[in-house]
Design a protein around this ligand. Structure first.
Ligand code: GN1
Ligand code: MG
Length: 354
């Protein structure tokens, strides 16, 4: 186990007898730490430690999550949205002696999960699931939702943070990242387009981490069971979720793959994802929103490249790294995807490329 914690105390806080469970590392998320609780052969729960450096106020997550849950219970009673379990004292989190925030979730049985879409059929299902989710929440009381992470997908802010990181970086890292910085600077038109248009789009409740690995499929790996990871559920625009769907599914390679030959885009994906996503939102989308939606693809990939590279230049303070240039490699990967994506007919035909 990577982390040492007093799991006995943590499990007891949730009313579980520690003697009956085996705690194991689980998951690949970059931000929170995830564990599973096994009872004999069966996995019973998912236990997560919230990264409070990223989420200084985890209560904001819990209240958005339960607000969405309550709303859907009334407006779409058959919709399955798993909810965290409360502690014995009725709290959303257990805070341990070190100040760690713990949350407990039911483990969804007979489910499967993918890092990237194995085929176009599942890509369409995933896009449709996130579109359906946004459609169901389109009538939810927007002003009651917290802005969990202010400016999280605000490209104007991410551009400023990147510029500040370049300004303050060490000579050594600046030198090593020179090519990547130059490449990214050539895409500033993406931020300019964002700045001109973002205010014209409706604000909605969006997931903001809409990747296929945040969907649980049935055990046959065919039908969507539910969407998971509600950490960043908050007001924003649909560009975020459409963009992350493209980002996570257009190519099969891992997010830190740097071999250009392996970063192969699947040409049919953009259209399929667009179809799947917009079909679910047919009665919700405003004409301008639908028109600008494709921009979400390059926007999210560019933003992710800025975030990875800014973190490399800031000596890796946000994303955990396994080796020195890990964040640089991640940025490089996103830059390659972006370069290739803009040449794809689906994006090349849009009006936003200068
Ligand atoms: C983080 O931890 P994870 O994988 O759910 C990040 C996302 C990035 C993603 C890149 C709160 O998500 O924005 O797209 O890494 N979440 C946060 O892999 O920063
Ligand atoms: Mg996440």
């Amino acid at each position: 186990m990577k982390e040492k914690h007093n799991f006995k105390v943590i499990l007891e806080a949730f009313g579980l007898d520690f003697r009956h469970y085996l705690v194991q590392d689980f998951g690949v998320g970059l931000i929170n730490s995830t564990f599973v609780l096994k009872k004999g052969e069966a996995t019973a729960f998912v236990l997560q430690r919230i990264n409070t450096k990223v989420f200084p106020n985890p209560q904001l997550i819990a209240s958005n999550w339960s607000l969405a849950h309550q709303y859907l219970k009334i407006t779409a009673p058959n919709y399955f949205m798993p909810l965290f379990q409360k502690t014995q004292k009725g709290a959303d989190f257990f805070v341990d002696e070190q100040g760690n925030y713990w949350r407990l979730l039911p483990f969804i049985k007979d489910s499967s999960c993918f890092e990237t879409a194995p085929n176009i059929h599942l890509a369409k299902e995933a896009a449709n699931a996130f579109g359906h989710f946004a459609a169901l929440l389109s009538g939810a009381p927007l002003d009651q939702f917290n802005v969990v992470l202010p400016g999280f997908h605000d490209l104007k802010l991410r551009q400023q943070q990147f510029d500040a990181a370049v300004e303050n970086a060490s000579e050594q890292r600046l030198l090593i990242a020179a090519e990547q910085i130059e490449k990214l600077n050539a895409y500033r038109w993406i931020t300019d387009f964002y700045n001109r248009n973002i205010g014209r789009l409706p604000v909605r409740i969006v997931h903001m981490d809409a990747k296929i690995s945040n969907i649980l499929f049935d055990s046959a790996g065919k039908k969507v069971k539910c969407i998971i990871d509600m950490d960043t559920l908050m007001p924003g625009t649909l560009l975020s979720d459409f963009g992350d769907l493209i980002r996570s599914m257009v190519c099969e390679a891992a997010e830190d793959e740097t071999d250009v030959g392996k970063i192969v885009l699947r040409h049919e994906m953009p259209e399929i994802i667009f179809e799947g996503y917009t079909a679910a939102l047919e009665h919700v989308l405003e004409p301008l929103e639908k028109e600008i939606l494709p921009f979400g693809g390059p926007m999210l990939i560019y933003m992710q490249a800025l975030r990875f590279l800014a973190d490399y230049l800031s000596n890796d303070v946000y994303y955990p790294v396994r080796y020195q240039q890990h964040n640089l490699d991640r940025a490089w990967n996103q830059i390659i995807i972006l370069e290739k994506l803009l040449k794809e007919p689906f994006f090349a035909k849009q009006g936003f490329i200068p």
